[in-house]
Design a protein around this ligand. Structure first.
Ligand code: FUL
Length: 700
């Protein structure tokens, strides 16, 4: 009894507490959420936003014909991968942190990667798996195994089909779409390319056919089919209806990027594609941007681009300029003729993953004190912005469109990234915001930007802040912030690039200028006791530069890179040119193989300025996306007086077209002041010969 009595009052307390909390919950819930502002995303669009990063795979007939746009006149027998393994694609995509794969089921040349009933131009007539294969099905199975979503690219333009341009082809196109929508499980995205009409094989007609992209394909019908057969799939095209192209294939969105557009003006077909980069602030439809780019210069695999896979720093930049600017990142992997993602591509992908994982390893805002200048109360308090849950959010009162949110740290905190997300189920509202920090008791302005949307990431120099404040300066309605995260990313540590210009100035370069660089020029291995790089230095004589990059924060360092330079080209002069051409010709002697010079003659003669003991030559082929005039067989002559010539070397630059790296040839030493490189044969139909860079070797 005593016991009963003693707990009785406790029971009363619990009851009262329960009542209070009930009232609180009820009253909290009575604070209504803000109303939507402008267009809002559909459920399928919301799911797509969460995809963030996924792979494009361009693999089809072009992989075997070494083309980007096949004519349509190819034969199914040409499709013959030696070792096609879609599980390898999926394994790599998964390991890279991607959430899905979109495959070119049919590209403009019309070849179908699945055994369609609609045409003979498909895998069923190829030697691959004796015509019994189905690449789309294989990829569907691989995606299931690796828990990835599948999307399909179906080119409306078909340069193979004889009926292209007539109503019959549109029926065929719809039938192909129907097959893809029905037989391959759930799709997350259907991708319609914008390129349309023009010259093609068209069943042997070899002519130009033009169609009206707005009306010809009966887009209403394709949309209805997709909605019916794949209700969760978003539809991509230049202008929607669900997802838009970002208006460039270089891999970036504008800093200002609205997920809304005046869609009825732009869909279908849209000539003013530059506006796709930012969207429309007064958009009428939710139409977010997908940033598609390739990991190589081309969409399809070309062996000649094996050394041009985008570097990890370049990919990291693309990540920040797509996902960090309110876009999804669709990164293309050109699968090669074996049917595999190339080793170089996979290595760079993992490099990107490694760096992004490091950049976002420790979130620093959560668990700290947070306050806002205003909140609508209820469940919409500032805490909700840093609770790590995207479904809860801080929101202001209906009339408040300017407000700030401040995170205070117990100890000053090093920070260099802000990640912020609006609660987009209620629309995208913010069109101006600023970031400031309390450093040593003083408020300091860090950055001011425009839109946020689903996700915005700001990068800035590392600061040590007592507080961080985000000021929303302008919003189209009450503010909603679902997420505010802070990070301290480590420095981007990659090996330095070493170059020397025509004047003999040696430069070291890394993407992060706050990293320290150390170098040697005596052949020894560099370390942190070697010379610290403070700017370009003179390296006139032949020399070897070795360099490392070191993170001053933690002493981490890269492996060393080593670069040999021979004599300086300052006094070199291409003979027999007018002044204008002379200036242009410097591009073959500027130390930069990415600039080129081309000449209509089949040889080039250079005065080196004085006699040298020559032991070899070096030739960088042109690095342009569409190369021409690469010398494949050569003769190299030397002379002391420019009159009498001696043949120093002749031969072939083997595989130089496919693998456009520097060609170095040694020969029996000879003294000479004049050199002549003759093209005995060259690549391509262009009458010119081209040079990325030409050099001589004076030491072995
Ligand atoms: C472009 C196409 O023409 C390219 O070949 C590639 O498929 C790219 C993704 O879209 O418009």
């Amino acid at each position: 009894m005593k016991f009963y009595r003693s707990i009785y009052p406790m029971n009363r307390i619990y009851q009262t507490l329960a009542l209070i909390s009930c009232i609180t919950i009820i009253s909290c819930n009575q604070v209504p959420p803000p109303k939507a502002v402008g267009p809002v995303p559909s459920v399928r669009q919301l799911a797509w936003h969460d995809m963030q990063y996924y792979a494009f795979v361009h693999f089809n007939m072009n992989t075997f014909t070494d083309m980007e746009w096949g004519t349509g006149g190819e034969r199914p027998e040409q499709f013959d991968p030696s070792n096609l393994d879609t599980r390898q694609w999926a394994r790599i995509a998964k390991a890279a942190g991607m959430k899905g794969i979109i495959l070119t089921a049919k590209h403009h040349d019309g070849f179908c990667l699945w055994p369609t009933k609609t045409t003979e131009h498909s895998v069923k007539n190829s030697p691959w798996k004796d015509g019994k294969g189905d690449v789309v099905k294989d990829l569907m199975d691989a995606c299931r195994e690796y828990d990835l979503k599948l999307g399909l690219y179906l080119s409306p333009w078909d340069r193979n089909n004889e009926h292209y341009g007539t109503a019959k082809y549109v029926e065929i196109f719809h039938e192909q779409l129907g097959e893809l929508l029905t037989n391959y499980g759930e799709l997350f995205e259907v991708w319609f390319d914008g390129a349309n009409g023009g010259h093609g094989y068209y069943g042997g007609a070899n002519e130009t056919r033009k169609i009206d992209n707005k009306t010809y394909y009966e887009w209403d019908k394709t949309t209805q089919m997709i909605r019916k057969l794949q209700p969760n799939a978003v539809i991509f095209s230049d202008g929607g209806p669900d997802i838009r192209w970002v208006g460039t294939e270089e891999g970036w969105a504008n800093e200002t990027n609205w997920s809304i557009m005046r869609r009825d003006e732009i869909y279908p077909g849209w000539p003013r594609y530059v506006e796709l980069r930012s969207g429309h602030e007064d958009g009428t439809h939710w139409l977010p941007a997908e940033v598609n780019t390739s990991i190589r210069p081309g969409w399809y695999y070309h062996q000649r681009e094996d050394h041009q896979v985008k570097s990890v720093p370049r990919l990291v930049r693309t990540f920040y300029e797509s996902i960090g600017r309110n876009g999804n990142f669709l990164l293309n992997l050109p699968v090669d003729a074996r049917g595999l993602v190339h080793e170089a591509d996979s290595a760079h992908l993992m490099g990107l993953k490694g760096q992004i994982d490091l950049d976002f390893e420790h979130e620093l805002a959560k668990g700290n004190e947070v306050e806002s200048s205003e909140s609508r109360g209820g469940i919409y308090t500032a805490e909700k912005a840093i609770d790590g849950l995207p479904s809860t959010y801080w929101a202001t009162s209906d009339t408040v469109t300017t407000a700030s949110i401040t995170v205070s740290f117990k100890e000053p905190m090093e920070i260099n990234r802000l990640l912020v997300q609006e609660y987009i189920p209620l629309g995208q509202r913010i069109n101006s915001f600023a970031l400031s920090a309390l450093i040593d008791g003083q408020w300091k302005h860090i950055d001011q930007q425009t839109t946020i949307g689903y996700k915005r990431i700001l990068k800035f120099e590392t600061i040590k802040a007592e507080k961080i404040k985000v000021d929303i300066l302008d919003s189209k309605g009450p503010i909603t912030i679902a997420n505010l995260e802070l990070y301290r990313a480590p420095k981007l540590l990659v090996e330095p690039d070493v170059s020397r210009n025509r004047e003999g100035l040696v430069s070291l370069h890394v993407p992060d200028p706050t990293v320290d660089l150390y170098y040697t020029i005596d052949g020894s291995e560099p370390s942190i006791t070697s010379k610290l790089y403070t700017g370009p230095f003179i390296g006139n004589a032949p020399l070897t530069v070795k360099a490392i990059a070191v993170n001053p924060d933690n002493g981490a360092q890269t492996i060393s890179v080593s670069k040999d330079f021979d004599i300086v080209k300052k006094n070199w002069n291409v003979m027999g040119l007018n002044v204008e051409d002379e200036l242009e010709s410097l591009k073959m002697m500027d130390g930069n193989p990415n600039t080129y010079w081309a000449t209509g003659k089949d040889e080039v003669t250079i005065d080196l300025g004085k006699n040298y003991n020559l032991v070899g030559l070096s030739y960088w082929p042109i690095q342009e996306r569409y190369p021409f005039g690469i010398i494949t067989q050569y003769e190299f002559l030397t002379s002391s007086d420019g009159q009498k010539w001696k043949l120093a070397s002749k031969g072939e630059f083997g595989n130089v077209v496919n693998n456009r790296i520097e060609q170095k040839v040694n020969f029996t030493p000879v003294t000479g002041r004049y050199i002549k490189l003759k093209a005995i044969s060259k690549h391509g139909d262009d009458p010119r010969i081209s040079f990325g860079e030409l050099g001589v070797l004076t030491k072995n």
